[in-house]
Design a protein around this ligand. Structure first.
Ligand code: FE2
Ligand code: FE2
Length: 358
């Protein structure tokens, strides 16, 4: 179709204006393609934590987790348009680990969009990742959806640059879950300004999907289930009607709704974390909305690990968790309620009680 011709004139010219009334108009609209939001799927793999031992030896169990996700994604139907990797490919940011991860991920039949995690970053502050894997923050458009990839695992300058006697010590400090010497994750003002600028040309009706490693809200600071400047990031996203944040890092099913923004955590292929609420004495903000992952066997480290198939349905995410030794779960945004709902387990009567802390 020639540029500049109006839709009405086009219909007239092709002689289908009479037929248009009888045929479903949405089909005609769809054939235009321009600006229309399309249904498509992507796969999300996260937190593989490949761990180097020595030479070409790696912890086999974590290798197996990532390899299995890659194989399953290759057999996925419908075929994903691309795959998102949600960060923590490596355990201690070593070149051996990143190279090993790239080797395993190279077996995927689909392009990969990469997000960096703290385990990939804190040895050399993202240098090797940028060289070999991907930029640390960027944006792209796909079938009417605007994607923003953030490096959300930065922290205070002093902690990053001055506090530790070597990069290895810094890395091992950041790698600990419950570290009193740790420091909270941040997106930082420079990147937030970039994000604001990037979104300035995006229409407010455009669905926005933000890919980050840490949750872009605050759950539990002692474990760094936390982004210190989350409110600033949320403020930039506030004007948009459909916003979804997909993040890794927490290794558990976790979802939340804050204003217009839906947050969904992705599973790890390495191990599941317990919920911070299991530390009953500590103040935490695990979302009330979240139906906890059901860990039938808390001693099995494969129980509650897996990956996700994500259907981006007109800008709203339908998230199918593929859990390897447990019941698959589906989270779908409910337009009437205005937040994501677990198709089967949201109703308290249907829930399987979560694990207690053992
Ligand atoms: Fe992780
Ligand atoms: Fe992480």
């Amino acid at each position: 179709m020639k540029k500049g011709i109006s839709r009405r004139n086009f219909l007239k010219a092709t002689g289908i204006i009479g037929a248009a009334a009888a045929s479903p108009l949405s089909l005609v609209e769809f054939s235009w393609g321009k600006g229309s939001e399309e249904n498509f799927t992507v796969a999300h793999i996260s937190d593989s934590h490949l761990t180097h031992i020595k030479g070409n030896e790696f912890v086999r169990n974590f290798d197996k987790g990532l390899k299995r996700a890659v194989t399953e994604v290759n057999f996925m139907r419908p075929k994903p348009d691309f795959v998102i990797f949600g960060g923590d490919l490596a355990q201690l940011g070593k070149r051996e680990e990143i190279d090993h991860g790239l080797e395993i991920m190279s077996k995927l039949r689909y392009p990969v969009r990469w997000v960096i995690g703290e385990h990939d970053y804190y040895l050399d502050l993202g240098k090797y990742w940028e060289e070999k894997v991907s930029k640390l923050h960027y944006s792209f458009d796909h079938k009417g959806v605007h994607f923003i990839v953030l490096n959300s695992i930065l922290t205070y300058d002093d902690w990053m640059f001055n506090k530790w006697k070597s990069p290895e010590v810094r890395m091992s400090q950041m790698a600990r879950l419950d570290n009193p010497q740790g420091s909270p994750f941040m997106v930082k003002d420079k990147q937030i300004a970039w994000m604001k600028e990037d979104l300035s040309t995006v229409s407010r009706d455009t669905p926005v999907v933000v890919l980050s490693h840490s949750p872009l809200y605050k759950i539990f600071k002692p474990w760094n289930f936390w982004t210190e400047d989350a409110e600033k990031v949320q403020a930039v996203l506030k004007p948009f009607k459909k916003v979804t944040v997909l993040h890794g890092h927490v290794h558990q099913i976790l979802y939340n709704q804050i204003g217009n923004i839906t947050f969904q955590a992705m599973m790890s292929t390495a191990w599941p974390w317990p919920y911070p609420v299991s530390y009953a004495q500590a103040k935490n903000a695990v979302p009330k909305l979240t139906v906890f992952m059901n860990r039938a066997d808390p001693h099995s480290e494969r129980d509650a690990t897996g990956w996700s198939m994500i259907n981006i349905n007109n800008g709203r995410v339908i998230n199918d968790f593929r859990l390897w030794e447990n019941t698959n779960r589906t989270l779908k945004y409910d337009e009437k309620l205005g937040y994501p709902v677990d198709e089967k387990y949201q109703n308290p009567e249907n829930r399987i009680p979560p694990q207690e802390h053992y």
